[in-house]
Write a protein that binds this ligand. Structure first.
Ligand SMILES: NC(=O)c1ccc[n+]([C@@H]2O[C@H](COP(=O)([O-])OP(=O)(O)OC[C@H]3O[C@@H](n4cnc5c(N)ncnc54)[C@H](O)[C@@H]3O)[C@@H](O)[C@H]2O)c1
Ligand SMILES: CC(C)=CCC/C(C)=C/C=C/C(C)=C/C=C/C(C)=C/C=C/C=C(C)/C=C/C=C(C)/C=C/C=C(\C)CCC=C(C)C
Length: 520
C-alpha cells in the first residue's frame, strides 16, 4: 500500500473518495460501504444519479437521460441493479414494460420488440421470411453470450484470484466469454444474414443503445441487451429513474458513508506519484486511501479539448494516450421534456419509440428520434390529466458552441420545434397539447452532467476488436481508479453498475476487505 507522509496519514479519514454520483460511482461506493469501507461521495450537482437522475418541475418528475432500464430482473447474475440495491438493504418497486421498444423505420418498416422473445422473433421472421435461419442464428448467438454472463458472479476480471475462482465455478462460461471479447455484433450478423434491409435493422438495434452501427458494437454488450430485454425484461422504477440513485445513497448513508452535493472536485492530489486525495473548487482538501473518478476519462485525464482535467498534466500516465487515440466522445443529445394533455397520447401506446425517416440519417446530426413516455407505466410521475413525453436526438456540441446567447436561444427553439413536429408523426396535434416544455442542448448536458462535450459516452474512433481494448478500473496511478462508461464494458446503467462492482472489488482487494467466497 502507498506509504503516506505522517501529515497526510493524520488527515486521511476515508478508505475511498468517489468523485461523482452517477450510477457507476454510486454502485462503487455502495459496494465498498457493504464491505465495511468508509466512503465519501462528492457530487458537483444538487441531486444524485448523473445521467440516471430525475428532476421535478411543476408536478412532473422528468428523467434526466436514462429511461429504458436493463438489469432489474429477479434471477441470474446479470440483474446488477437489483443486486446492488439489495447488497445495501434497498429495493426499488419496478413496473414491467411489456415492450422494450417500437421501431418506426424507413420504407414503412414497423416492428415492436416484445418482452416475450418468441413473439418478437416470429414478427421479425414474418417481415423477412427468407432470412428465418439467419435471424434465429444471430439472436440465438446473443443468447449464448448472455447465458455465459448470467451463469457467473460478476466481479473484476482484472483480479486473477477472482478469475481463477470463477473459472473453476463456470469454466465453459469463462471460455465462452473469452471467445466473444474481441468480436463485434456486426461480424456475427454478417455471418448469418444477407438481406441488406435486415442488416440495417440489426444496425439500428445496436445504434439505439450503443450509438454505433453493429460492426462497431461489442458482441458481449449486444448479447447482454438483446437477451436481457426478454429475460429480466425492461422494468421501470416506480417514482422515476432517479429513485435508483436515491436508494443507493440511502444504503450508503445507512452503512456510515457520506455524500456531499454541490462539491465539485477540481484536482486529484498527488504525493510521490500516488493519488492521496482531492481538492474542491473552494480549495478544501480531503484525503483518502483511494480515489475513484466517475467523471469521463477525458474529464479525468484530459484530451478532447479538456483544459483542466482532474489529474494535472504532469501526472498523466502515457498509457492514457492509447485510450485517447482509440475512443472519441459520441455526440451529445438535444432533449425535450414535455408535459402534455393526456388525450394527446392514445392509452395503448408503447412506452419507448424510435423514429428514423431515412437509413442514411442514422448516424447524422439529429437523425434518430428516441421517445419515452414513462407515465404510461407510472402515472404518478405527472399531475392527473397529463403525460410526460421525453424525446431526444443525437446532436454534436460543435453545432452549439460559439453561438451568442440570442443565437443559442433561437437555435434551441427552432430545433426543439423540429423535434416536436417529428413526434407529430406518432401523436398528431401534440404541439397544441403541450402544458410544460424544457429543452436541453448539448451545452446543457455538458454543464449539468459535467461530461466532456455533453457526450453520451465513448465510441471507437476506428474499428476495434469488441470489448478487448476497453480499459478496466485500475489506472497507472497508484491509488486512482476509474468507473463509469469510459471503462469496460461501456455505456448503459447496467454496464456502469458492472463497472462499479468491478471497481469496488479491485479496491476491496487492495484494502483487504473482500470475502474469499464468490457471491451467491
Ligand atoms: N438507459 C438509458 O436510457 C440511458 C440514457 C442516457 C444515459 N444512460 C447511461 O448512463 C450512464 C452514465 O453513467 P456514469 O456513472 O458513467 O456517469 P454519469 O455521467 O451519469 O455520472 C457522473 C457523475 O459525476 C459527476 N461529476 C463529474 N465530474 C465531477 C467532479 N469534478 N466533481 C464532482 N462530481 C462530478 C456528475 O455530476 C455526474 O453526477 C451512461 O453509460 C449512459 O449510457 C442510459
Ligand atoms: C478466465 C478466462 C479464460 C477468460 C475471462 C473471460 C471473462 C470471464 C470475461 C468476462 C466478461 C464480462 C464479465 C463481461 C461483462 C459485460 C457486461 C456486464 C456488459 C453489460 C452491458 C450492458 C449494456 C451494454 C447495456 C446498455 C444499455 C443501454 C446503453 C441502454 C440505452 C438505452 C437508450 C439510450 C434508450 C434509447 C431508446 C429510446 C428511448 C427509444
Amino acid at each position: 500500500m502507498t506509504q503516506l507522509s505522517n501529515k497526510t496519514k493524520d488527515s486521511c479519514n476515508w478508505d475511498s473518495i468517489v468523485i461523482g454520483s452517477g450510477l457507476g460511482g454510486l454502485v462503487t461506493a455502495s459496494q465498498l460501504a457493504s464491505k465495511g469501507a468508509k466512503v465519501l461521495v462528492l457530487e458537483q450537482y444538487k441531486i444524485p444519479g448523473g445521467s440516471g437522475g430525475s428532476f421535478k418541475r411543476k408536478g412532473f418528475t422528468f428523467d434526466v437521460g436514462a429511461s429504458m432500464i436493463f438489469g432489474f430482473g429477479n434471477k441470474g447474475y446479470t440483474n446488477l441493479l437489483t443486486r446492488a440495491l439489495k447488497d445495501v438493504g434497498q429495493k426499488c418497486e419496478t413496473i414491467p414494460d411489456p415492450t422494450q421498444l417500437a421501431y418506426h423505420l424507413p420504407n414503412q418498416l414497423e416492428i415492436s420488440v416484445d418482452r416475450d422473445y418468441q413473439k418478437f422473433i416470429t414478427k421479425l421472421i414474418n417481415l423477412f421470411p427468407h432470412e428465418e435461419k439467419g435471424i434465429k442464428h444471430f439472436y440465438e448467438t446473443c443468447w449464448d453470450v448472455f447465458n455465459c454472463l448470467d451463469s457467473m458472479p460478476l466481479l473484476s476480471i482484472e483480479d486473477p484470484a477472482y478469475l481463477m475462482k470463477v473459472f473453476f465455478k463456470s469454466p465453459l462460461s469463462c471460455l465462452g466469454l473469452a471467445r466473444w471479447l474481441p468480436v463485434n455484433a456486426g461480424d456475427v450478423a454478417m455471418r448469418y444474414i444477407k438481406d441488406p434491409d435486415l442488416l440495417r435493422f440489426i444496425d439500428i438495434e445496436c445504434f439505439c443503445w450503443s450509438v454505433m452501427p453493429a460492426n462497431l458494437t461489442p458482441m458481449i454488450n449486444a448479447g447482454m441487451v438483446f437477451s436481457d430485454r426478454h429475460y429480466g425484461g425492461i422494468n421501470y422504477p416506480k417514482g422515476g429513474v432517479g429513485v435508483i440513485a436515491e436508494k443507493l445513497v440511502k444504503g450508503i448513508k445507512n452503512l456510515g458513508g457520506e455524500i456531499r452535493y454541490k462539491s465539485r472536485v477540481k484536482k486529484i492530489i498527488f504525493e510521490k506519484g500516488n493519488a492521496i486525495g482531492v481538492s474542491l473548487e473552494n480549495d478544501e482538501e480531503i484525503f483518502s486511501k483511494t480515489v475513484v473518478s466517475n467523471a469521463t476519462r477525458w474529464d479525468t485525464f484530459g484530451g478532447q479539448g479538456i483544459k483542466s482535467p482532474l489529474v494535472a498534466t504532469e501526472n498523466k500516465p502515457t498509457s492514457e494516450k492509447k485510450w485517447e487515440n482509440r475512443y472519441i466522445p459520441s455526440p451529445s443529445f438535444l432533449s425535450l421534456h414535455l408535459g402534455v394533455n393526456v388525450d394527446s397520447i392514445p392509452a395503448n401506446t408503447h412506452c419507448h419509440h424510435l423514429l428514423l425517416d431515412k437509413w442514411e440519417e442514422m448516424d447524422k446530426e439529429q437523425g434518430v428520434t428516441f421517445v419515452s413516455i414513462p407515465t404510461l407505466l407510472d402515472p404518478t410521475l405527472a399531475p392527473s390529466g397529463s403525460h410526460i413525453v421525453h424525446a431526444f436526438t443525437p446532436s454534436s456540441i460543435d453545432n452549439w458552441d460559439g453561438l451568442s446567447n440570442k443565437e443559442y436561444l433561437a437555435k434551441k427553439k427552432e430545433d426543439g420545434d423540429k423535434l416536436i413536429s417529428k413526434l407529430e408523426r406518432l401523436f398528431p396535434n401534440l404541439s397544441q397539447n403541450i402544458l410544460h416544455k424544457e429543452i436541453g442542448s448539448p451545452r446543457t448536458h455538458k454543464r449539468f452532467l459535467a461530461r466532456n462535450k455533453g457526450s453520451y459516452g465513448p465510441i471507437p474512433s476506428m474499428r476495434l476488436p469488441g470489448l478487448l481494448p476497453m480499459p478496466f478500473n485500475t489506472t497507472k496511478i497508484n491509488g486512482l481508479y476509474c468507473v463509469g462508461d469510459s471503462c469496460f464494458p461501456g455505456q448503459g446503467l447496467n454496464a456502469v453498475a458492472f463497472s462499479g462492482y468491478a471497481c469496488a472489488h479491485k479496491i476491496g482487494t487492495k484494502l483487504g476487505m473482500n470475502k474469499w467466497e464468490l457471491p451467491e
